[in-house]
Design a protein around this ligand. Structure first.
Ligand SMILES: [Zn+2]
Length: 264
């Protein structure tokens, strides 16, 4: 029997509180700038202003470019026709690296456009990882210890000594059943006090350390299935994930089993 975390939240009186925050701005609070893609992941274009320039590096007042983090790669795209080739978070700032020297100056209005095909793949992959990771934890007691989202394949590691290829195949089949329930996926921002009342909200050690530091916590909930602390972009319904296939299983030690998946 899978223990849905939402029900845990409901039992502890948090259910209504969780949903009151649904319309909250979806940015993680250690950023110095609003990451619009966290509250509006389907937004492909945004007009904003340049806030600083250094060589081919640009900061914006607001951004729809996701900076690499949490296993999700950075977005690419264009700022007023100039290619964006890398986006990183540095001390809470979001630095957009351009393919050529920046023609902008601070205060300029620019039009940003992300490479949507790339981002949407990451959103689907990222949400698939939530489903598989949730199932692994709720049903099999396995802890997610890290992962990397990719365009064609994504991999993630679990601390589960008994995990083998056969069981991994079975978990992918079970994950597909959950995906096919067409569950809604919602991001919310909670106060730290509320977040700390949800058991095991952060799945990894860096996540637990971050949870201690943040005044507010962004969480992502898959309806009636799973809730966890998260700073990435996701699809709004599991139906958008499509079909998951296991492409590789690797035994990297008794506490490190690696699963690799692709989507179609
Ligand atoms: Zn996520």
């Amino acid at each position: 029997m899978i223990q849905p975390r939402s029900l845990v939240a409901k039992d502890s009186g948090l259910w209504i509180r969780l949903h009151r925050f649904e319309s909250g701005r979806g940015y993680v609070c250690d950023y110095m700038v609003e990451i619009v893609c966290l509250s509006e992941p389907y937004l492909r274009e945004l007009e904003t202003k340049v806030s600083s320039i250094e060589g081919n590096k640009t900061e914006l007042e607001r951004t729809i470019f996701y900076p690499e983090g949490g296993g999700q790669p950075y977005d690419t795209g264009e700022i007023s026709g100039i290619k964006v080739i890398n986006v990183q978070k540095v001390n809470g700032h979001v630095i957009h690296e351009l393919g050529s020297a920046s023609p902008f100056k601070p205060g300029d209005t620019v039009k940003c456009a992300i490479d949507w095909e790339r981002r949407y793949k990451f959103m689907r992959m990222h949400t698939a990882i939530h489903v598989i990771g949730g199932l692994m934890e709720h049903k099999h007691g396995a802890m997610f210890t890290g992962g990397q989202i990719g365009l064609e394949k994504s991999r993630f590691d679990f601390d589960m000594p008994a995990l083998n290829r056969e069981l991994s195949e079975q978990i992918i089949v079970e994950s597909q059943e959950i995906i096919d329930r067409h569950l809604n996926v919602t991001a919310m921002v909670l106060s730290k006090e509320e977040a700390l009342r949800i058991p095991n909200l952060a799945r990894t050690e860096p996540g637990r350390q971050l949870l201690e530091k943040l005044p507010q916590v962004r969480i992502v909930e898959i309806q009636d299935f799973d809730v966890q602390m998260d700073g990435g972009t996701h699809v709004k319904n599991t139906s958008e994930i499509g079909r998951v296939s296991l492409t590789n299983f690797e035994n990297k030690g008794s506490h490190r089993k690696r699963i690799e998946i692709s989507l179609s």
